[in-house]
Design a protein around this ligand. Structure first.
Ligand code: PLP
Length: 442
């Protein structure tokens, strides 16, 4: 391992092709690698799309979490982005982890995280997964139906069960209640069944839905959790855990946190013995990743730059093809209901994109042969933008790279890591160095 100058704006490149790794021309500018320089290298791989992960952003989000919700222990939902450096950083910062499968549990354990720091937060698990988790001493898990109780009674009678209740997710981007969550009316019956089977139910969880822009959903959910706690007491359980799930949004976090704190004060005023956890995903990583993609092809009217700014009815007149698409990082458009907005990272080998450059109505497409592979159906881009130029997309850290496929033989875009040069950079580097499993950090 090298000792780096802590004042330097450093980037490290474990996943980049060796040709590009450590190249002196690669450095950071406003948190984004100087992609045009990469292109100028004329290396075979120089045009590859890549993510830039600013790990200090994640460090700063953790500070923000602790400032606003000091009582609530975050268990990072690794499904959102299981990047190994993200996990190492969060492990070093002391978070827990929400895992949904054998594979995720194995990944978290492999970096030295203790099994007590994991919640198996998938209410519908394969029996073999429950057994496997038990062998790894992962006992905390969610359920929301009676069949799960029978399975758990057979596969891991020592489980610490958390009953996931249904909440109002009508204002969320991803409505998880369509698939999971026990309605309050079914809670007494489920708890009676759990008792009959001799199982330990330790508390209640909910998830207001991923991408939740209605902060009041948390107040409603905590109220329902209170009702479920009372049903627990009636069934002879002394619940000691409340899991408030995920759904935290960067833009509304402070407001959501205030509503959550108020709801806890109202519904759980005496909570000295109550452990409160959460399962944030998006909040930690969405804005930590930027994607840089190269324009590999263009379809424009033959008179090129002199084309009309837009076609009839504002139709795009220029089509750009970039080297990542909806089968790759931009699967978030299909699965996570996102819209993405490109900005010009470099044009004609320069970062100085004139603000008053004439624009054309354009569309942006991924590299595969499928026409569903559309990244932006309509967007204004400089008329002079050409093959070889670079577009960038911010806010690409959540539910992107983790669900990317290699359809048509295109590789998943690699990640370049930085700890940035701003606030928290030094602390982030320190945490990464002391992370469990630090041997893997070069
Ligand atoms: N917990 C569970 C059980 C989930 O299903 C999800 C997302 O699907 C999360 C946590 C993370 O949600 P978010 O990324 O919105 O915080």
């Amino acid at each position: 391992s090298h000792d780096r100058d802590d004042s330097a704006d450093d980037a490290f490149f474990p996943d980049l092709p060796p040709l590009l790794r450590g190249h002196p021309d690669i450095h950071l500018r406003n948190g984004v690698l100087t992609a045009a320089r990469l292109a100028a290298l004329h290396e075979p791989d120089a045009e590859k799309a890549y993510f830039v992960a600013d790990l200090s952003y994640i460090y700063n989000q953790h500070q923000r979490w602790q400032r606003c919700l000091p009582e609530v222990e975050p268990f990072y939902a690794i499904k959102c982005n299981p990047d190994p450096y993200v996990l190492r950083l969060l492990a070093a910062l002391g978070t827990g982890f929400d895992c949904a499968s054998n594979g995720e549990i194995a990944q978290v354990l492999s970096i030295g995280v203790a099994p007590e720091r994991i919640i198996f937060a998938n209410p519908c698990k394969a029996t073999s997964f429950i057994k496997n988790a038990a062998r790894s001493r992962v006992h905390m898990m969610t359920f929301d139906n009676a069949d799960e109780l029978y399975k758990v009674a057979r596969a891991n009678p020592a489980a610490q069960l958390v009953l996931r209740i249904l909440t109002d997710d009508s204002k969320s981007l991803c409505r998880l209640g369509l698939k999971f969550g026990a309605p309050l009316a079914s809670v007494p019956g489920l708890l009676a069944k759990a008792r009959e089977l001799g199982l330990d139910v330790v508390g209640i969880s909910f998830h207001v839905g991923s991408g939740c822009y209605d902060s009041s959903a948390f107040a409603d959910a905590v109220m329902r959790a209170r009702a479920a706690f009372d049903m627990g007491a009636a069934a002879g359980y002394a619940f000691r855990l409340l899991d408030v799930g995920g759904g935290f949004e960067e833009a509304t976090f402070e407001a959501t946190a205030a509503i959550l704190r108020d709801a806890l004060d109202r519904h759980f005023p005496d909570r000295a013995d109550l452990r409160i956890i959460a399962e944030p995903g998006r909040f930690y990583v969405a804005r930590a990743f930027t994607l840089a993609a190269n324009i590999i092809a263009r379809r424009a009217p033959l008179d090129g730059e002199h084309a009309a700014a837009s076609g009839a009815d504002g139709e795009p007149v220029v089509m750009y093809y970039i080297n990542d698409g909806v089968y790759g990082a931009f699967n978030c458009i299909l699965f996570d209901h996102q819209q993405v907005h490109p900005y010009v990272l470099a044009m004609g080998g320069s970062f100085h994109v004139p603000g008053n450059a004439p624009q054309s109505t354009s569309s942006v497409w991924g590299p595969t042969c499928d026409s569903i592979d559309c990244v932006c159906p309509v967007v204004a881009l400089p008329a002079a933008l050409q093959v070889g130029d670079w577009l960038a997309f911010a806010n690409m850290g959540a539910y992107t790279v983790c669900a990317a496929s290699q359809f048509n033989g295109f590789q998943v875009s690699a990640v370049v890591y930085t700890t940035g040069g701003g606030p928290g950079a030094q602390e982030t580097r320190h945490a990464l160095r002391t992370a469990a499993g630090e041997g893997a950090l070069k």
